[in-house]
Design a protein around this ligand. Sequence first.
Ligand SMILES: *Cc1c(COP(=O)(O)O)cnc(C)c1O
Length: 376
Amino acid sequence: MTIPFNRLQMLGNEARYIEQALANSHLMGDGGFTRKCHALLEESLGVKRALLTTSCTHAMEMAGLLLDLQPGDEVIVPSFTFVSTANAFALRGARPVFADVRPDTLNLDENKLESLITERTRLIVPVHYAGVGCEMDAILDIAQRRGVAVVEDNAHGLFGSYRGRPLGTFGVFSSLSFHETKNVSCGEGGALLINDERHTERAEIIREKGTNRSRFFRGMVDKYTWVDIGSSYVMSDLLAAFLYGQLCERERIQTRRREIWDTYHRELAGWASAQGVVQPHVPAHCDHASHLYYLLMPSLDVRTRFIQQLRQQGINAVFHYLPLHLSDMGRKYGGKAGDCPVTEDVSDRLVRLPFFSTMTEAEQATVVSAVRDFRC
Ligand SMILES: *Cc1c(COP(=O)(O)O)cnc(C)c1O
């Protein structure tokens, strides 16, 4: 039996909705399925406005444009994250400033924030790693006191919550990813969530190549024209049809993922404590989004052996982010070894187990027993 790290999931009416989109002969953006996705996201999360985009990366680029980031502005991002969290803002000429993460949740360490803020700091970008909420009370408090905006990179956290409030509703904006590896997907896609209505109209313009096309279609202006800078961030309605099929199954997806997460956590607890392996920590006030299941192995060498041993049994376990501050680009921004010691340490030791909604009980049992056979 081969068990991939991730497998495409078709759970509901994805194919039927795609046929409907074809029958509607509306494949460009902002058709019926896009509107259904917008409404579903706005209602289920309680955000002012949701706009589907071509990716999470593009949603964050939109946030950078909406905040008028300028060359020399500083943006604080965790070092332990995907490239796009920094790159989307570097594209505006902003300088990423890398913050270390907490050793327990691997989320942006709010205790390190204050010392990284300068008079050039414009933005803090928390990432809810594995779908576990960052310490938003503390982060928002610091941001407010220092006059800095917050944009959540919520690629992992859709349908998770922090102190009962959905992730993605804390920042002025947040981004979602519907990449194939995420809980809800359409292959490639994302969304910008807007929590401050003052930004809605300009967001629609930036997303539509700098035109007021959205207002034109709503009959609010009699012609559409170039009114601002912008780019092409609208998702095809064909992809929105697939996505809508997935979003309608969100409860089933989340319930199944939580079962898989809980099973790993329970079944590996004894083995982990005997072997000195650390399991994920979820604070009591966080309801996590069950995005991924990771283990922290005792060392890089042990992790390498672990991944090899599982691979010999056809099981695909994978590591995750390399520290951004030590990447070629990160070093150009001044990053150097020792800047973010927790990130540097966990990046070497973290491994993710196969995790997808359509994983069978037999598949998971195979992974569990292969993991338990491993000796550190
Ligand atoms: C997946 C991911 C992204 C990028 O998502 P795209 O939709 O592929 O642009 C950004 N940030 C994080 C934390 C991610 O996991």
